[in-house]
Design a protein around this ligand. Structure first.
Ligand code: HEC
Length: 191
């Protein structure tokens, strides 16, 4: 298992220190778009586009990543949102930190519903006086409106660490445009 939070105090200090660096990632820089490459990749992966995002056969959100690492809108949006909301604790590229687990590893076995439940409700553990605290984000629109995107991005990282395609560390090489359906849903959730 991963190295976890040593103490809540340490997390608070680190969170404050790391927050300064998030801006320098410039995750929202303009990105070259390439719809056809991504759509061909989705077809090859057997994904369907429903309710404004790609899904697998189980109906769970799934990343569409081309061989040259161009990604669907959700994976791209998830990359940005992950770096806003999760990176301070779970580390760059979803690979973990000294006090929070690598989510790329977690998603090798954790299913979508479990992931969703933990982010909504949080998770706490006390190991012999050492506290491991995952905050609850259920009331935070900036996370909840994009949680499927964040899941999709972490899944792309997870597949990559398993050698099953996905997305390598760093920025995607390009992305698909946002669809009208996706734009509408995002605006309705977070006007
Ligand atoms: C303040 C630090 C912090 C932030 C911010 C944070 N997490 Fe966590 N997270 C943790 C810690 C610590 C754990 C381990 C909790 C435990 O041991 O029970 C954890 C655990 C998890 C787990 C369970 C992993 C497993 O293998 O058991 C998931 C899923 C998760 N976080 C997702 C997220 C997502 C998604 C975000 C961004 C929206 C996020 N976290 C933001 C600290 C954080």
């Amino acid at each position: 298992m991963n190295i976890r939070l040593k103490a809540l105090a340490a997390a608070v200090v680190l969170t404050a220190a790391c927050a300064v660096n998030v801006g320098s990632i410039r995750a929202d820089e303009a990105q070259a778009t390439d719809n056809k490459t991504v759509q061909d990749a989705a077809k090859e992966l057997g994904l369907t586009f429903t309710d404004g995002r790609y899904k697998n056969k189980d109906g769970d959100p799934a990343p569409a990543v081309s061989k040259d690492y161009k990604v669907d809108w959700a994976t791209w949006q998830g990359f940005r949102r992950y770096h806003d909301a999760c990176h301070v604790c779970h580390g760059p590229n979803a690979l973990g930190s000294t006090f929070a687990p690598s989510l790329a590893d977690s998603l090798k076995t954790m299913d979508y519903a479990t992931f969703y439940g933990i982010v909504v409700g949080g998770q706490q553990r006390d190991a012999g006086g050492t506290k491991y605290i995952m905050p609850a984000f259920g009331e935070d629109k900036n996370v909840m409106c994009y949680l499927d995107d964040i899941y999709t991005y972490i899944k792309a990282r997870s597949l990559n660490s398993e050698g099953k395609g996905g997305m390598p560390a760093g920025r995607p090489a390009g992305r698909e445009d946002i669809s009208e359906e996706t734009k509408k849903a995002a605006l309705e959730c977070n006007p």
